[in-house]
Design a protein around this ligand. Structure first.
Ligand code: BGC
Length: 743
């Protein structure tokens, strides 16, 4: 025992000193190189352009050291040739980095990030990111602009699709998982891809959910809600950061010294590189924050933005700004060092080229299996009246209604530029492949696409429903309706889909509604009408096989909402961890219950909407299973702790239903009285467990004072003594609570 301990100790010690030596030698090489570089070559490293293949202009720019990194080149031969020019024909032979947005897959497409968050399974998110990195790096991509860890509470915002939802803790866990998967064990491995924590910061707070809009975020909220995932990314050694398009309290992120220098570098000690967003330096002019491009370049370099993506602000102005003394050379050297450090860490100076793979690196059976499993785990069962699901395999005829049942492109979701829709397997296709020989499958697209407003084919759909033993109605959004700049003020089902749901309801047949969407939708009416609802955020290449397994019970739903589903758009922002008010909702009177001429005083005076009440359609953390889990009242290792103690909270979770299944067990805590008003509850930890039918598990969580701390008005993060309430529950609105005291 003692001997093995010594061996482990020596091994860890050797590993640490080896890493230290490697880092020291990288710093020496950086310093040496910087000394050899001209000012123009330095500025060249800070310039990022979008690839245009082997154009003469681009070749000339690379040869003369006017560009340091390129995005959007995905052809291995072009990548290698551009790299050869940089390494062999530029004066100092500094390699390029090739970057690309690989947001939820390169060729094998996984669920959109909001879907991945619905799995509440960081391991699967990490594995998916590993596959994405392997596929992307096989063509020479060594840097991607993911994960997007912007917390958001606004489903109108199209980029909610790329987010991990409304919660800071869940976003942090998922962001770290993605970073670890992309970057692998060491950045220098040829299959490792540098990650990019984006968009720094508060982009998800965009006013009214309209993209690029202003944000106004008090520092306490910034630190409590929007920054923690970024701090977690620094701790997880995210190689790069990207700033955001929005202004925060009046200062655009690309010129924001407070964020990019004071917090990121000084407070958190980050020494990776920061890239601007596409054209965001130049966009400080229309923002009205900079008078011209020269001013924009100056404000960005002062703010600590190392790379200018597609503004040409640095390439056109930085040299002159240095020569005039407006910008110091040490500022430039610092940025260049950050860029070169990444090039060294990626091993590009030693291995600049990408070998042609012997076998097809894309769509490997294991990758497709993982994509299917991720799609399964990200699907949420919202309703299952009379246990309509799972379907019996003995049914004779099934009606499949709705064009999303067979839309190869739409199931992929937003922002997957390298996806090949022809390789998607749709639900209809999977159903035919697996059950076509024994079940009569009648397909009625009815509407040609999600926005189609025509009711011409409704009769055929109703007829198919009436004549079938099972009815599956697919509704949702086309992929193009979510993502960057794809915001919606109305988040009902587009087109005539709602009317279609109504028609199918009138057929009298029990039906399952499968929702495929890029954002939360307001679905109150439709959920009421449907007997069962499977809800998924666009789930990628393997959507079809995943849905079919879920429909027939070969897989059991285990997804949970990473975001609240509102009843009506007017409830937005609606999120589970809202602050307590002085008049919490009680005695809710709905608008239709108010008597005509009722006096103002007859309704009471508490915090709710006359038309939407006080509850969401479905709360954060919600998701059913085909089985039932029973939670005991949580128990505590002690009813009071001090600031150095660890409290154990545990409860018994029992699978009392008919299926073996997974469950996400969630720990929520409330600070009952604070020097600032605290949220009604906050997610602190969670565990996804698997229980066989009849099996019981004691699930425990450890809580320390750090978990109870919050940013106070002195801008210090501290736990305050007093009473706390804790829940172990299957979603953010259920479960029994217990109390303890922090002394
Ligand atoms: C997006 C970024 C993205 C960049 C490069 C911008 O429009 O905001 O998230 O990484 O483009 O494609």
């Amino acid at each position: 025992m003692k001997k093995s301990f010594i061996i482990i100790y020596l091994f860890v010690f050797a590993l640490i000193s080896c890493n230290k030596q490697r880092e020291d030698s990288i710093e020496l090489r950086i310093n040496k190189l910087i000394k050899q570089m001209t000012l123009d070559e330095k500025v060249g490293q800070m310039n990022q352009l979008s690839g245009v293949g082997l154009s003469e202009d681009m070749i000339e720019m690379i040869k003369s050291g006017q560009v340091g990194t390129l995005l959007n080149e995905v052809d291995i031969e072009t990548v290698n040739e551009l790299q050869r020019i940089a390494v062999e024909e530029s004066r100092l032979g500094i390699p390029l980095i090739i970057a690309r947005d690989v947001i939820h897959g390169f060729k094998t497409i996984f669920p959109i990030p909001l879907g991945q968050a619905s799995s509440w399974n960081p391991e699967i998110v990490k594995s998916a990111a590993r596959v994405s990195a392997q596929e992307a790096s096989s063509v020479g991509i060594r840097w991607t602009f993911a994960p997007m860890i912007d917390v958001t509470r606004d489903p109108r915002w199209g980029r909610i699709a790329e987010s991990f939802g409304e919660d800071s803790h869940l976003t942090s866990v998922m962001g770290v998982a993605m970073i670890e998967g992309l970057q692998g064990d060491t950045l220098s491995h040829p299959s490792s891809v540098a990650s990019c924590a984006k968009h720094f910061a508060a982009y998800g707070a965009t006013e009214s959910g309209k993209d690029y809009n202003t944000t106004w975020v008090p520092e306490i909220q910034l630190r409590e809600l929007y920054l923690p995932p970024f701090k977690a990314a620094v701790d997880a050694k995210a190689a790069t950061f990207m700033c955001s398009f929005n202004d925060i309290n009046g200062v655009p992120s690309s010129g924001n010294t407070f964020l990019n220098r004071m917090i990121l570098r000084n407070e958190w000690g980050y020494n990776g590189l920061v890239v601007s967003d596409w054209g965001s330096i130049e966009q400080m002019i229309p923002h009205g924050f900079c008078k011209d491009i020269n001013d924009a370049a100056k404000k960005s370099i002062f703010a600590g933005i190392d790379i200018d993506m597609m503004s040409n602000a640095y390439s056109l102005n930085l040299s002159e700004l240095v020569q005039s003394g407006a910008v110091s050379i040490s500022m430039i050297d610092e940025a260049v060092a950050n860029i070169l450090r990444l090039k060294f860490k990626l091993g590009l100076f030693d291995n600049p080229y990408t070998p042609k793979p012997d076998n097809n690196p894309f769509y490997k059976p294991r990758s497709l299996e993982l994509a299917k499993q991720t799609a399964i785990e990200s699907t949420i069962l919202l309703k299952n009246k009379n246990n309509l699901l799972p379907l019996s395999e003995n049914i004779k005829k099934i009606a499949v209604i709705g064009s999303l049942a067979d839309s190869k492109i739409d199931q992929l979701g937003t922002w997957c530029f390298d996806a090949e829709p022809e390789n998607s397997i749709t639900p209809l296709q999977a159903l035919k492949e697996q059950y076509g020989s024994k079940i009569d499958i009648v397909y009625e697209p009815t509407l040609l696409y999600s926005r189609d407003k025509s009711d011409l084919n409704f009769k055929k759909a109703v007829k198919a429903a009436k004549e079938s033993d099972a009815v599956i109605l697919f509704v949702g959004e086309e992929a193009v309706l979510s993502g960057e700049a794809r915001c919606r003020a109305d988040i009902n089902l587009p087109g005539a889909q709602s009317e279609l749901v109504n028609e199918i309801k009138k057929s009298g047949k029990p039906f399952t509604m499968v929702v495929m969407t890029g954002r939360p939708l307001t679905l109150e009416k439709e959920v009421d009408m449907a007997d069962a609802v499977l809800f998924q955020f666009h789930a990628g290449t393997m959507t079809g096989p995943a849905i079919v397994d879920l429909l027939f019970g070969k897989a059991i739903p285990s997804g949970k909402l990473p975001i609240t589903l509102p009843r009506m758009v007017g409830q937005i922002p609606i999120y589970y961890s809202h602050k307590k008010t002085g008049r919490p909702a009680s005695n809710i009177t709905f608008i239709d219950e108010i008597e005509v001429g009722a006096p103002q005083t007859s309704l009471g005076f508490t915090s709710y909407f006359l038309d939407a009440g006080d509850t969401p359609l479905f709360p954060f953390g919600y998701g059913l299973s085909y089985t039932t889990f029973n939670y005991s009242i949580p128990q505590l290792s002690s009813t009071s702790i001090n600031k150095t103690d660890t409290l154990t909270v545990f409860c018994r979770v029992r699978n009392i239903g008919e299926f073996d299944a997974s469950e996400v067990v969630q720990l929520y805590v409330r600070d009952d009285v604070g020097s600032l008003v605290r949220p009604v509850k906050e997610l602190k930890q969670f565990k996804k467990i698997f229980l066989k039918k009849g099996q019981t598990e004691i699930v425990d969580f450890q809580i320390t004072a750090e978990d109870l701390s919050f940013w106070n008005s002195d801008m210090v993060k501290r736990a305050e003594p007093g009473s706390f309430t804790v829940w172990i529950a299957s979603d953010s609105r259920s479960g029994s609570d217990v109390n303890f005291i922090l002394e």
